[in-house]
Design a protein around this ligand. Structure first.
Ligand code: ADP
Ligand code: 5GP
Length: 197
């Protein structure tokens, strides 16, 4: 397995494609920042993960996730389909190795939104991956954001807050840390990392 993704595009640019890995505790604003980045950088490919979690209201198959059964997910493990996979909040999540490698070898930058366990696996498999950890300015603000989003019940919020502490403790493995305080400033910082400027 190589960690370099040489650009196969015949555009003379010569720039290798980059793999970006973004993680954050639930509610820190990762979806908001990734959506903004995708609007700013329409050529950036978003890696669509597979999960055994049930779709939330408004989520679409193939756009947000590929929703699979536990048996299908396990088959993916047995056949080496996942570049990384993890059990997060009682569900399985995984990234197709073929999906990201096909895009990278075609010269397209890829953005992955995965948890800290997955990020550690990606760094072992692709040491050149650019890793970014997004944080809320405080735990109190994190709780407010999860609550205001209105997607999760009280017990799920408590569980996510507990997981957040463990996730934040792992931020040292990431190359960049973005504190999502004032939204426009956080978007500008995030986009500047993705464009290398
Ligand atoms: P995540 O994907 O990390 O779980 P979201 O992007 O869904 O988080 O953000 C959680 C909530 O916080 C959403 O309601 C979102 O609109 C809000 N939010 C995100 N960034 C900010 C910010 N900088 N200031 C205030 N609210 C924010
Ligand atoms: P959610 O269920 O809120 O969409 O995501 C829960 C967590 O799973 C988030 O931390 C998200 O980054 C992570 N996640 C999503 N897709 C993947 C994946 O393919 N692999 C891993 N390891 N984590 C993922």
């Amino acid at each position: 397995m190589t960690d370099k993704f040489q650009n196969n595009k015949d555009d003379g640019g010569g720039q290798d494609a980059r793999l970006f890995v973004v993680s954050a505790p639930s509610g820190a604003g990762k979806t908001t920042l990734c959506d903004a980045a995708r609007r700013h950088l329409p050529d950036l490919v978003y890696s669509v993960s597979s999960t055994t979690r049930a779709p939330r209201d408004g989520e679409q198959e193939g756009r947000d996730y590929f929703f699979v059964t536990e048996a299908q997910f396990r088959e993916g493990i047995d056949t080496g389909q996942w570049a990384e996979w993890a059990r997060v909040h009682d569900n399985y999540y995984g990234t197709s190795a073929r999906f990201i490698e096909d895009h990278l070898y075609a010269g397209r930058d890829v953005l992955m939104d995965i948890d800290v366990q997955g990020a550690a696996q990606i760094l072992r498999r692709y040491p050149d991956a650019v890793t970014i950890f997004i944080m809320a300015p405080s735990m109190a603000i994190l709780r407010q954001r999860i609550t205001a989003r209105g997607l999760d019940s009280g017990s799920v919020i408590d569980k996510r807050m507990k997981n957040a502490e463990a996730e934040i403790a792992c931020r040292g493995i990431y190359r960049h840390v973005v504190v999502n305080d004032e939204l426009d400033a956080a978007i500008a910082r995030f986009v500047s990392i993705l464009t290398g400027s």
